[in-house]
Design a protein around this ligand. Structure first.
Ligand code: PLP
Length: 383
């Protein structure tokens, strides 16, 4: 089956009893056993739930993995990966990672004795140099957050594997519509399902997809032992959202590309960060590892100070001022004070998260309306 067919049919088998074309939501927390001590497929919903399993199968089929695991948030999913590590282990992660992942690695994982180094993963040699014999995990995002950097996933897989580490990719921004990291050599793919997978700003969730049965068993053990599973209702909502994932991502990306080209010529814009622009440093690699489009996230720097940037992000109306991304509604935010506020000031400066940086999540609205909304904000910021 092709991608769009899988998104609709894998994990969504019709109900054998009633013929309902949408499987029922299984809300039960526990399942009857036929005999004491003899387990059937489902026994308790933390360990396995039919509705959650459907979603896990769908995402695994879209990413080309051997199994999926759905968690109660993206951070719970990343925490699941980190929980596989032991005291003394070391992680090399990208500088351009989500602020919450930075916080988890620096302020939670460190308490368990796990060391972390952040490097510029657009330069794969920096990953190799930062790895030690203790490095068990390389963790990257491509496109990165919030500067939309592009990392060569296949090259990272080679470097990580050469030194015996796993490669994990947060594929939230690209989605499997555009990039399938397991095909490029990654071992673990992670999604904040809160974003594009569900697509409507109405649930929190996270999903891991893995390449091997051995990794699946290790992560399933962690998921069941720690318990941050996705609820049946949220699993259903996410499965419903995924049916339109490809259409949404491609159309939103088309609007983002148009928006990036318009912003690039705007006199009040210092720089546009969008991998679909030929002058983006990662444009060529993005063209190889992103299929059909370059995504619907874009950042740009205003030619303005902190106050004017604040006026800008506070004066749009269609672009709503909010963290998060990936839904049908367009959102705008200032990374320095919002999504990346958990970076300390020195790290923000080191990673070029400037006060004038603005991040857009381009939604499904009409391009003309979105353009007018931004133009009104340029006028407000300039006055
Ligand atoms: N990864 C990325 C790229 C994100 O943008 C986010 C949230 O914004 C997360 C992970 C964390 O996901 P969640 O908020 O679902 O816990």
């Amino acid at each position: 089956m092709k991608f769009r067919t899988r998104a609709i049919h894998v994990g969504n088998e019709r109900c054998a009893q009633t013929g309902a074309v949408v499987p029922p939501i299984h809300v039960a927390s526990t399942f009857v056993q036929h005999e004491a001590g003899k387990w059937r497929e489902f026994d308790y919903s933390r360990s396995g739930n039919p509705t959650r399993k459907g979603l896990e199968q769908t995402v695994a089929a879209l990413e080309g993995g051997c199994g999926g695991l759905a968690f109660s948030s993206g951070m719970a999913a990343i925490h699941g990966v980190v929980t596989m590590l032991e005291s003394g282990d070391h992680v090399v992660a990208g500088e351009d990672i989500y602020g919450g992942t930075y916080r988890l690695l620096h302020h939670v994982a460190n308490r368990a004795g796990i060391g972390v180094d952040l490097v510029d993963t657009t330069d794969v040699a920096q990953i190799a140099n930062a790895m030690t014999p203790q490095t068990k995990l390389v963790w990257i995002e491509s496109p990165g957050n919030p500067r939309l950097t592009i990392t060569d996933i296949a090259a990272c897989a080679e470097v990580a594997h050469a030194k015996g580490a796993l490669l994990g990719i947060d594929n939230t921004f690209a989605t499997p519509v555009l990039t399938r990291p397991l095909e490029l050599g990654a071992d673990i793919v992670m999604h904040s399902a809160t974003k594009y997978l569900s697509g409507h700003s109405d649930l929190m969730g996270g999903v891991l997809v893995v390449k091997s049965e051995e990794l699946f068993d290790r992560l399933y053990f962690v998921q069941n032992a720690t318990g941050a599973v996705l609820s049946p209702f949220d699993s259903f909502l996410c499965s419903r959202g995924i049916k339109t994932l490809a259409l949404r991502v491609l159309e939103q990306s088309r609007t983002a590309q148009q928006m990036a080209e318009w912003l690039e010529d705007h006199s009040q814009v210092r720089r546009v960060l969008y991998p679909g622009l030929p002058n983006h440093p990662g444009h060529q690699i993005a063209g190889q590892q992103m299929h059909d489009a370059f995504g619907a996230m874009l950042s740009f720097e205003l030619d303005a100070d902190l106050d004017a940037t604040r006026r800008f992000v506070e004066s749009t109306t269609l672009f709503q001022l909010a963290v998060s991304l990936g839904a049908v509604e367009s959102l705008i935010e200032q990374p320095a004070t919002m999504s990346h506020a958990s970076y300390d000031a020195a790290d923000r400066a080191a990673h070029n998260i400037t006060d004038s940086l603005i991040r857009l999540s381009v939604g499904l609205e009409d391009f003309d309306d979105l353009q007018q909304d931004l133009q009104a904000a340029f006028t407000a910021a300039g006055s």
